[in-house]
Write a new protein. Structure first.
Length: 543
């Protein structure tokens, strides 16, 4: 839905100096740095944060206290020291995160002097090294929309996404951003500028992340209208059919040729069935899809063509019906944004008319908090092959953004992790490569999702399908459950969303556990196999 967001300048990638006083007066500042983008460390490393205190023009004499807490509220690092700084001078201290647990960490720095107290915060995470499984096996994607000036950091951002378990990205090429009013010469190399786009593609692929390239928008000079009235952040000339379809097809051929061997999956347009993103007819869009698919396969016979719509309903609207009737035989992937089990069922109807091996993807799905786990599981169980939640990060603060109903970032604006990011990594590791996932009701509003395949057989995900609350609640706030499992299960291995294991004893087919977030991953200790889970009793945790 948000492919058309206007270009904004991104913020610095490392945590910038934080103003520690809410008053207009000068105050000391604290900044956090590390060797990892967003302080995302890998197990086996020593997680070290460098904390710099800088005095204001009056200097600073007082105390600095640093503290890190893990996702369970337990101390994972502490430092207290006296600080004496001349005006505008700075001093750096190191805080080592000391923990045997994986997951999310909250870090605070407190400066105190003469009864005044100033506090700054950051976050960090510790995750396992990324597994060496092929990206093509993974169902875990994310929708990315990086700022223009973030391209220099593309390799570090892609590396961070890989550490968070993301194996696919939906990445849009916005042709509508060509604002030239006069048609450029086709003989000029500047006819199509794809330099930044290609740098991002290379950064993703270097980290083993596959790219779904979305082709979207009409260049100003190629448009069938000169109307520049903004619609959803885009001039109207960007969301109508080209005046000459040959210009669009030339763009597609050039871009596909440049990305041959790097991109195989192509999505045509963004949500063409709503007027925010397409204001020409269904017939014109169907023609564009057919001819675009032919050009893509002229360049790469193995190219896969993707088409996604947006209305969250169980029935086709006339636009969708006309387009699919005319194009299904050329499509490899179809789906509905912000989908659920019913929209996946609707997509199943079109698979027989599509190309061999056709699949269902949701290329812009509900995201964090919690729905990038619970709704991901729901759609996989309904038959969706791959899901791309909204949105990894945009170049402005998402607090009070107004799109919370679609999804929030799994990372903060400075790329430090939220607990949602670690939860996604755990999901990716434990069931992201499952060829199929089935769903059974576990009672009391919970669902049990069983994963199949050599990667994940025997893993059952117990998920709270209620949409209230955060992705990660922690052990104190997490619900207390009494669950029933097969009577031959003697011990139950529970992996929480932070990636940490606990072994529970099962008595007479029952066990007590904490649901520390939206889901936990369960498996029976050999030789037993976990085939079913039923929630007998659920009690809310403390808030």
């Amino acid at each position: 839905m948000w492919d058309a967001l206007p270009v904004l300048r991104s913020w610095p990638l490392l945590a910038a100096a934080l103003l520690l006083s809410s008053s207009a007066l000068a105050a000391p500042t604290v900044s956090f740095e590390s060797d990892r983008l967003g302080h995302l460390f890998v197990r086996g490393e020593t997680p070290v944060l460098r904390v710099t205190v800088r005095a204001d023009e009056s200097g600073f004499r007082g105390t600095l206290r640093l503290q890190a807490l893990d996702a369970y509220g337990r101390r994972a690092g502490r430092l207290g020291t006296f600080v004496a700084l001349e005006p505008s001078a700075a001093m750096t201290h190191e805080l080592v995160l000391r923990t045997k647990r994986l997951g999310y960490f909250a870090v605070s720095a407190t400066l105190a002097r003469r009864g005044q107290r100033h506090t700054a915060h950051t976050s960090a995470a510790l995750v396992p090294p990324p597994p060496a499984t092929p990206a093509l096996d993974s169902a875990v994607g994310y929708y990315v929309y990086p700022g223009e000036d973030a391209v220099a950091e593309a390799p570090r951002i892609a590396a961070q996404m890989r550490l968070l378990g993301i194996r696919w990205v939906r990445f849009t090429f916005n042709w509508w951003r060509d604002t030239r009013g006069v048609p450029p010469s086709r003989a000029s190399p500047r006819w199509l500028d794809s330099t930044a786009y290609e740098r991002w593609v290379d950064a993703f692929r270097a980290e083993g992340i596959e790219v779904l390239a979305t082709l979207f928008g009409t260049a100003r000079w190629a448009s069938s209208t000169t109307d520049d009235v903004p619609v959803a952040g885009i001039p109207r000339w960007g969301i109508v059919a080209p005046r000459d379809l040959g210009d669009w097809l030339h763009m597609v051929r050039l871009l596909a040729g440049r990305l041959a061997g790097r991109v195989r999956h192509w999505e045509i347009w963004n949500e063409p069935d709503i007027p925010q993103f397409w204001q020409s007819s269904a017939g014109e869009f169907a023609t564009l899809v057919r001819q675009t698919a032919q050009v893509l396969r002229d360049v790469d016979p193995d190219a896969r063509v993707v088409l996604n719509f947006v209305p969250d309903t169980a029935e086709l609207d006339p636009f969708e019906a006309e387009v699919l009737a005319s194009t299904s035989d050329l499509l490899d992937v179809v789906g509905w944004h912000y989908g659920h089990a019913e929209s996946v069922a609707l997509a199943h109807q079109f698979l027989p008319a599509m190309r061999p091996g056709a699949a269902i993807w949701d290329t812009e799905a509900l995201g964090a908090p919690r729905r990038h786990v619970s709704r991901w599981l729901e759609q996989r169980a309904a038959g969706a092959e791959r899901i791309f939640p909204f949105v990894y990060r945009l170049p402005f603060d998402d607090a009070g953004s107004g799109w919370e109903r679609f999804g929030m970032y799994p990372v903060n604006l400075d790329y430090t992790p939220r607990s949602d990011a670690v939860a996604l990594r755990t999901l990716s590791d434990l069931v992201g490569d499952a060829p199929a996932i089935t769903r059974e009701s576990a009672g009391l509003g919970y669902a049990a999702f069983a994963a199949s395949g050599t990667c994940c057989a025997g893993t059952v995900v117990l998920a709270d399908m209620n949409q209230l609350g955060p992705t990660w609640a922690g052990p104190r706030a997490g619900a207390r459950l009494l669950v029933e499992v097969p009577k031959d299960v003697r011990r139950l291995v529970v992996t929480d969303l932070m990636g940490n294991d606990t072994t529970l004893r099962v008595r007479r087919g029952r066990a007590r556990l904490r649901l520390t977030g939206v889901a936990v991953f369960l498996r029976a200790q050999a030789p037993a196999t976990l085939t079913s889970v039923r929630v007998v009793r659920a009690r809310a945790g403390r808030r």
